[in-house]
Write a protein that binds this ligand. Structure first.
Ligand code: RIB
Ligand code: CA
Length: 310
């Protein structure tokens, strides 16, 4: 069994990534640590707890940071819905997280399973940055960290130059990117290129007919509108699930090693992932930047996850 920790700002695409991990018989989800981002922390917690319950699993869910390290929280409820899950009326309340703060749990579990933990981050990097600041030695104990965030090439989704997870807490991202962890970045370019689902492709998933198949499509209701109208895509895109797919099977993707730095300015200077493609900074690469994914393999993994009985 591979051991995963998943750090998430649970909204409609995060939830699908959680389903993929929770439904994989070869993955032991040791902890789900929740951070504010797409929605306020309290809502992200409920969304994660609901998703774990829907999968019939008992992976522990822990509450983490309610805001970025320095900046005010700016959510993406215009993208995912007020509840983050498409505002389709799901009962996303009343569930209790496991005791303990996410930052402490990250430290504890990474130490307990030193060298054997795959860390997958699906939201702003606030929790992970604070764990690394508190205990820098953790960086060497994580087998590999897969980061949904940044831009490998092309445009951003929250500004022309930045992707939401990095933009939301750029100081946290800078701390993580400079931590020395073994890291792979799955940028938002990978999502809109290989993980966009037009109505026909979405129906193909939903028509598998299981409760999880309906769930993973129906909660994209708000994201679908936003993706078509604002991101000018053919339908909703799934950045967190394609990141989870790469973490589950690295063989479906291609990568190039680059030095990647994060800007911490304001406006258009906020949260840019600066990829040193030509090596002009003279700083050695510290990030495997995802350059391509086998879409068919990703979709197959997604279909298998929602087809398995809970
Ligand atoms: O930019 C996309 C990322 O921001 C995804 O993780 C999405 O869930 C939001 O957190
Ligand atoms: Ca997310």
């Amino acid at each position: 069994m591979r051991k995963f920790i998943i750090d998430t700002d649970t909204a409609s695409d995060d939830a699908v990534a959680l389903v993929m991990a929770l439904q994989d018989p070869d993955i032991d989800v040791r902890a789900i640590t929740v951070v504010a981002g797409n929605v306020p922390l309290s809502q992200a917690l409920q969304n994660a707890l609901y998703t774990v319950e829907l999968c019939g699993k008992d992976a522990p869910v822990y509450s983490g940071c309610a805001k970025p390290i320095l900046r005010e929280l700016e959510t993406a409820q215009d993208v995912h819905g007020a509840d983050g899950m498409g505002d389709i009326g799901l009962p996303l309340a009343g569930r209790a997280p496991a005791p303990g703060h996410a930052v402490d749990v990250l430290r504890q579990v990474i130490r307990e399973d030193a060298g054997d933990i795959t860390l997958v981050t699906l939201g702003p990097l606030t929790n992970v940055a604070l764990a690394l600041l508190r205990e820098p030695e953790l960086a060497a104990l994580v087998e590999h960290c897969y980061i949904m965030g940044g831009i490998g090439e092309g445009h951003g989704n929250v500004t022309p130059t930045a992707e939401f997870n990095i933009w939301a807490d750029p100081e946290a991202a800078k701390i993580v990117f400079e931590s020395g962890m073994k890291m792979t970045m799955v940028g938002w370019d990978i999502s809109w290129k290989y993980a966009t689902f037009d109505p026909g492709q979405a129906a193909e998933i939903r028509d598998i007919g299981s409760p999880l198949a309906h769930f993973v499509v129906d909660i994209q209701a708000t994201l679908t509108e936003y993706a078509i109208e604002s991101s000018h895509l053919a339908g909703f895109d799934l950045p967190d699930p394609i990141t989870m797919a790469v973490a589950i099977d690295r063989g479906i993707a291609t990568f190039r090693d680059f030095r990647v730095d994060v800007t911490t300015g304001d406006g258009l200077q906020r949260g840019i992932t600066v990829v040193d493609v030509l090596g002009v900074t003279g700083r050695s690469p510290q990030m495997a930047v995802t350059t391509g994914v086998d879409r068919a393999a990703f979709v197959d993994m997604l279909k298998r996850s929602v087809s398995r009985p809970v």
